[in-house]
Design a protein around this ligand. Sequence first.
Ligand code: NAD
Length: 380
Amino acid sequence: MVPTFKIAVLAGDGIGPEVMAEAIAVLQRCAEIDKFDIDLNESLVGGAAIDATGKALPEDTLSNCERSDAILFGSVGGPKWERLPPKQQPERAALLPLRKHFNLFANLRPAICLPELSAASPLRPDLVQGGFEILCIRELTGGLYFGQPKGTHEEHGETVAIDTMVYRRSEVERIAHLAFGIAKVRKRKLVSIDKANVLENSLLWRSVVNEIASSYPEVELTHLLVDNAAMQFIRAPKAFDVAVTENLFGDILSDELAILTGSIGMLPSASLGTGYHGYYRFGLYEPSGGSAPDIAGMGIANPIAQILSVAMMLRYSFDLNDTAARIESSVRKTIAEGFRTRDIHSEGTRLVSTKEMGAEIRSNLGRAPSLKASSSMPDQ
Ligand code: NAD
């Protein structure tokens, strides 16, 4: 039987709708080629939803997501809504509640530096020659951002601010299983990043990761302290494959890795939940960047991050590894042919619009060989 995948499409603000249109067109073409059905349901989110309904995450949008197997998200926010009270601002009032509601505990951000774009990296050419890809897996719902007590109070005549870092064994176990499961079907190399020389949390983290490692003997596990990891990523990015870490460290390191690739417009992301809808692992898929208000409406945004978010959705929620690889190889081919949006354009390459880039990637889909996936859905 041909499966039907139900997808909530939340394009959001700024460049969101422009890049989403290209990503959806790629998805529709893949569905034709690889013969699966998609049921797409669009909803408002972010600033667009505030303008229409007064809320960044209206009930209709949330119930559309609840009825779906995955969420394809664009981006939210922009100057128009920046003056709203912090709690009503698009990112805080839409994205964070979605993460919480669906218990999206794992954030996957691949830092992909294609060989043809290695000149865009701020690193020395000999360090990035041939490109690199590091998948950063960040625990998203625990640690310092959510631990209690949290707050600011007066004590002996001065102001004191408290944040608490808390991890439970079960939280470390589930992210470790996910990371090992993903590493197992990639290059079988996993680095776990912590601060075990100082933090109790990290001692627990390291001992749980070591325990889980015994279930994945084929994966080579190493540990790095977070300060050393920050240096090693810069010194030798090609030495890494999959990295797993807790919330705060992952927040910082995933941005460091993003800038090492040279272009935020190329980078997708996935936030995976604990929930399964039938067979499908629920997830939210979005570009790593924001709504880019400085270029919104100009037709020049790079749609690749959104298109590769579709590939991640097919791989991690729907187990369509060959179709995901089809999209990824089509993107690589299009870049190798010299097509560039403005953010990655350099002399000697062909400057194209958002729509033209989307069209080139689509036209390469049919021709692109359906390569074996470089990464796949974990066993869990
Ligand atoms: P941004 O990522 O939107 O933009 C940073 C720079 O990268 C800009 O110069 C932009 O033009 C460029 N850029 C980003 N994506 C691009 C693409 N696909 N193609 C070409 N260039 C691209 O970050 P910012 O300027 O800090 O934030 C802008 C707005 O986005 C803010 O309102 C912020 O709150 C919001 N934001 C939303 C999300 C989200 O929805 N997940 C994430 C980050 C920021």
